[in-house]
Design a protein around this ligand. Structure first.
Ligand code: URA
Length: 431
């Protein structure tokens, strides 16, 4: 099929047929369709959208561009969580081992941070020696022996997504609901899951701040997963304030350890229980999500989740000693105190500025090749909604001298001390 005919179809508002979609992916992956024609098609999809009849074959073509994980011989339900990303979102670190401690298996393929949010892989790599680049055999072995793995996308898995995502990123075409849904779901379906929970963030720190757009993405992903026979549940959660108190890679590992020891900030624990509870219920391990949450609370409190986390870190080559001597994760040479400019209740006008502040300190990247400093970051001294007086210490800023002035300015601009109390963390459920 002539690629210009595929382009014409979408340009003129016709539905892309499964044959046209197949022809596009075949030609693009073989190198017969150049990037300029692919980006023209992505642009028309960005403008015109894709309906469910197009989205299923589109996602299938992406999925079939590489192998899927095969769990033959390993029993127990396979589950995973995906988050659209937020500031201080370290949920995966305690959640994956807590789920494994409840008897399900978690083959979590995760991402790196780009822009204002930090990536799970970067957080894990704050643990010295820890490897996230695992091949398919290593993934399989670890899932069988430890019960969970958090690793990077391999070159074999969904190569079509890696290529299309890079093209979208370079051409300003990321924020398209059908393109985001197919990109996320193709990578999750290839994990061979029995259940998936999707944490779709809204609010000023979210990738899609507008709650309506978040809902549309959530609904699209749940319906798309159904088209592949995968049970998916969306929880919409607020990113009006950073999650937990710590933002920055090593600092977030420390906070995750607190959660794995049965403590840590209430909002982090709540999200682990809510998202994990959904998965245990969908996988048929507990009667409902509430019973699932109770089961997870028990494994956080009795040390079994923590012990799986240590086994996961050890299996991936990480230095387990650091998990007992947390001060070794505090590698930034300086700590500055950020003080409240006025009295009021701690709130955030622009939560994304907190992520940008950590990036300015060296904890983020502008391009995928940039190196990040795992030691820098911010730890808020109190939870959003707490009363503070002018001059109180609001946050400890861990830094290495770089970008401090810019970070301080961004942190002060992120604040809103005279606003209303924060809304609920967990909003609606889409299933
Ligand atoms: N995350 C993804 O994996 N894909 C997108 O398209 C956007 C966010």
């Amino acid at each position: 099929m002539d690629p210009r005919e595929i382009l014409r179809m979408k340009r003129d508002g016709e539905r892309l047929t499964p044959e046209a979609i197949e022809a596009f992916f075949e030609g693009y992956l073989a190198g017969d369709i150049p990037d300029y024609q692919a980006s023209a098609l992505l642009t028309t999809i960005f403008m015109r959208g894709m309906n469910a009849e197009e989205l299923v074959p589109w996602t299938r073509a992406m999925l079939e561009s590489g192998p899927s994980l095969d769990w033959q011989g390993i029993d127990g339900p396979m589950v995973d969580k995906h988050s659209t990303g937020g500031i201080g979102d370290k949920v995966s670190l305690p959640l994956a081992p807590a789920l494994a401690a409840c008897g399900v298996r978690v083959p979590m393929i995760s991402g790196r941070g780009l822009g204002h949010t930090g990536g799970t892989l970067d957080k894990l790599e704050a643990i010295p020696g820890l490897r996230v680049a695992l091949d398919l055999d290593a993934l399989r072995t670890q899932v069988a022996e430890v019960g969970c793995v958090i690793a990077a996308q391999t070159a074999e898995l969904v190569p079509a997504d890696a290529r299309l995502y890079a093209l979208r990123d370079a051409t300003g075409l990321v924020e398209s609901i059908p393109l985001i849904a197919s990109s996320i779901l193709s990578k999750k379906i290839c994990e061979g899951l029995d259940a998936l929970v999707l944490d779709v963030k809204f609010g000023s720190g979210a990738f899609l701040p507008d709650v309506e757009r978040g809902r549309e993405l959530g609904r699209t992903m749940v319906d798309l997963a159904k088209g592949f026979g995968l049970k998916a549940v969306v929880r919409m959660t607020s990113m009006e304030a950073p999650l937990g108190r710590a933002v920055g890679h090593g600092l977030e590992v420390i906070e995750s350890l607190d959660c794995l020891d049965g403590g840590g900030p209430a909002d982090l624990r709540e999200l682990v229980l809510v998202l994990g509870g959904e998965l245990l219920a969908s996988a048929g391990v507990t009667a409902d999500a509430q019973a699932g949450a109770q089961r997870l609370a028990a494994v956080l409190d009795d040390g079994s989740a923590r012990s799986v986390f240590e086994r996961m870190v050890a299996a991936q080559g990480g230095d387990v000693e650091v998990l007992h001597k947390r001060e070794r994760l505090l590698t930034a040479p300086h700590v500055m105190e950020l003080r409240a400019p006025s009295s009021g209740s701690l709130g955030f006008a622009e939560c994304r500025h907190v992520g940008a502040a950590v990036a300015a300190l060296g904890g983020g990247r502008k391009t995928p090749a940039d190196r990040i400093d795992p030691g820098v970051g911010v730890v808020w001294t109190c939870a959003a909604g707490s009363q503070v007086s002018a001059g109180d210490v609001l946050a400890q800023v861990h830094h290495a001298g770089r970008g401090l002035e810019q970070a301080e300015d961004l942190l002060l601009r992120s604040l809103k001390l005279d606003g209303p109390a924060p809304g609920p963390l967990v909003a609606e459920r889409i299933a």
